[in-house]
Design a protein around this ligand. Structure first.
Ligand SMILES: Nc1nc2c(ncn2[C@@H]2O[C@H](COP(=O)(O)OP(=O)(O)O)[C@@H](O)[C@H]2O)c(=O)[nH]1
Ligand SMILES: [Mg+2]
Length: 258
């Protein structure tokens, strides 16, 4: 882990800086990508089409780190072709670090964190309605609450339940899921993201738990998980790091540092 790694990576230069004279978009969509040559181009093109009816201005931040396939090349081609696409390339594989970098680089009024195998614009519509019409600061898509539809295999659904139960037991977390899609007001949550010290799988949990504890208005909504492909990372290999990070988070919560 990698308390050290986060600020280091965030400080590193993105592949393409936005031109300063460009007005900030209404929405920034942050998508971590890793070894996604199979679906990256198709997903981005499909997402652009699905976003057309929304009519808002947006930027799409593809936050890559450590891919060993053609992901970087494809991302750069997309960036060259479409002005709203920005490709950030930032070092070794690290989902949380990529997501945090994207959030800190985002310029939109609202930020949506998605995954390249989901690209769920139904979630965007429901989350933006809440953010724009109510006092909500952060919308968390839950795979585990009533009304959700998690189509992943039983083993992964069980892992999600176990992980969320662990967060409730040791981190005083009251929600049902920290790893779903998210949408939030950038001005309200930016410093919360900056304060997060954990990375990889646990950054997203720390972000949501910090938001709750900082008394931001957090609302969970159910969403349907329909992945375009099985996950690239072996779930079991993620466990030791996740357990160590959750232990650190639990200690910080108890010491009121989160
Ligand atoms: N930048 C970056 N993105 C990652 C990494 N691992 C996974 N991702 C991306 O995170 C999203 C979710 O990954 P996925 O393999 O579907 O795992 P799942 O969340 O368990 O379903 C996808 O957009 C992946 O490309 C990583 O190490 N670095
Ligand atoms: Mg997935």
């Amino acid at each position: 882990m990698t308390k050290k790694a986060v600020p280091k990576a965030v400080a590193s230069k993105p592949a393409a800086a936005p031109s300063p004279d460009k007005a900030p978009p209404h929405v920034s969509i942050v998508i971590p990508v890793y070894n996604e040559e199979g679906i990256l181009q198709g997903s981005v093109l499909e997402l652009r089409e699905k976003l057309r009816p929304f009519g808002f201005t947006y930027e799409l931040l593809l936050c890559e780190n450590g891919s060993r396939d053609r992901t970087v090349e494809i991302g750069k081609e997309l960036q060259a072709e479409y002005p709203e696409v920005r490709m950030l390339s930032i070092g070794q594989p690290n989902y949380g670090m990529a997501m945090k970098t994207g959030i800190l680089e985002a310029r939109g009024v609202f930020v949506i964190c998605d995954e390249i195998d989901l690209c769920d614009t139904e979630f965007y519509a429901r989350a933006l309605a809440l953010l724009e019409r109510t006092e909500t600061d952060l919308v968390v898509g839950s795979k585990a609450m009533v009304g959700s539809n998690d189509q992943r295999p039983l083993f992964r659904r069980a892992a999600t339940r176990f992980y969320n139960g662990l967060l409730r037991a040791v981190c005083q977390y009251r929600g049902t899921d920290t790893h779903g899609l998210k949408a939030f007001r950038r001005d309200v949550l930016l410093e919360t993201a900056r304060r997060c010290v954990l990375d990889r799988d646990v950054f997203a949990s720390e972000f949501v738990i910090r938001a709750h504890r900082e008394r931001k208005k957090v609302v969970e909504i159910p969403f349907a998980v329909r992945e375009k492909r099985p996950p690239s990372i072996n779930l079991v290999k993620r466990v030791p790091h996740v357990l160590r990070s959750v232990a650190k988070l639990a200690v910080s919560v108890r010491q009121n540092q989160v």
